[in-house]
Design a protein around this ligand. Structure first.
Ligand code: HEM
Length: 294
């Protein structure tokens, strides 16, 4: 009989403080929402508010799981991979609860829930994304990796990027006018996908140049500004130049494109610092080799 591996242990069975901390943190938003509900702190429509909060955290966890691969490369911290699967499974669990709360809100009328999913495009998209996450969660065990083989398993799990796009669309469409956070998230999602494409063209194990990271950050920030302008034009008929002008002045606060640019610039600086530290440690090792008495 195969024994279940405890989520806070690493592959060699030792307690991993990183895994333990992340495992505990994943429960916090859910418990916070449950507590708010129990204490009557979720406003006039508590169930609807709970649907929102749980959906939002499920989406955030999904994006954090997507961020692990680029973060591991930029920080040169391979152990980060230990928590990717756990965060992905948590994203699925939150979204499954999100759907369950929605069904509860519809008084368990499954016929109505089914027809709403078919008739409302944003729900249909969300449902397809949830099915995709369910498939990934079901195949996330070590046994499934062995069964499918590394190559087929990786190919299957690359669909998480498509799921990320569907989830972002679902978030955008239900947000209607208030699209600040969805726009930021869409920009960050695009950055991570761009980073993945660049990494693939560099090949496994090679470091992405700081210039490529900087160029990606700038391009994605511009695309975020353009995408937001197009969204407001198509959805509300607002002149796109007004949105772009708001992006250029800080009068309207820090717009989503700036947030994406600031995050991208931060990652670029970290990549540059890590590159310098690596070169210095290589140089130091070479010097101490040169002075070692033979
Ligand atoms: C991967 C799949 C999904 C993700 C990532 C996701 C995420 C989200 C997010 C982030 C929100 C907005 C929260 C906020 O504005 O604070 C939301 C709202 C919502 N979602 Fe989902 N969701 C998913 C699937 C589903 C499914 C399958 C259903 C039901 C069939 C659903 C029903 C809803 C509803 C009813 C709302 C609130 C809409 C409103 O109040 O107008 N979602 N979801």
């Amino acid at each position: 009989m195969t024994r279940l591996k405890r989520p806070w242990r690493d592959n060699s069975g030792h307690l991993s403080p990183l895994k333990l901390a992340v495992f505990a943190a994943l429960f916090v938003p859910g418990l916070w929402t449950a507590l708010g509900y129990a204490l009557g702190l979720l406003g006039g429509r508590p169930l609807n508010e709970a649907i929102h909060q749980v959906g939002l955290w499920g989406y955030r966890f999904l994006l954090i799981s997507l961020a692990i691969t680029p973060a591991r490369r930029v920080l040169q911290w391979p152990r980060l991979l230990l928590v990717r699967r756990m965060i992905g499974v948590a994203a699925f669990a939150y979204i499954a609860i999100h759907l369950t709360l929605y069904i509860t809100d519809q008084m368990f009328d499954l016929w109505k829930v089914g027809s709403e999913i078919v008739l409302r495009f944003y729900l249909a998209i969300g449902f397809v994304a949830l099915l995709g996450l369910a498939l990934l969660a079901a195949t996330s065990t070590d046994a499934m990796v062995r069964r499918l083989g590394g190559f087929r398993w990786s190919r299957l799990h690359e669909t998480v990027y498509a799921i990320g796009i569907l989830a972002t669309l679902h978030y955008f469409m239900q947000s209607k006018l208030e699209v600040y956070e969805p726009t930021v998230m869409a920009g960050l999602c695009a950055w991570m996908m761009g980073h993945r494409l660049i990494a693939r063209s560099y090949g496994e194990g090679r470091r992405i140049s700081v210039w490529a990271t900087a160029a990606l950050s700038l391009l994605v920030a511009l695309a975020t500004a353009g995408g937001e302008a197009v969204y407001f034009r198509l959805g509300l008929g607002i002149d796109p130049t007004l949105i772009l002008a708001a992006d250029l002045s800080l009068y309207a606060g820090i717009r989503p494109a700036w947030v994406v640019l600031i995050v991208g610039a931060g990652v670029t600086v970290i990549a540059a610092l890590r590159g310098t530290a690596r070169r210095q440690s290589r140089f130091g090792a070479a010097r101490s080799d040169a002075y070692r008495p033979s």
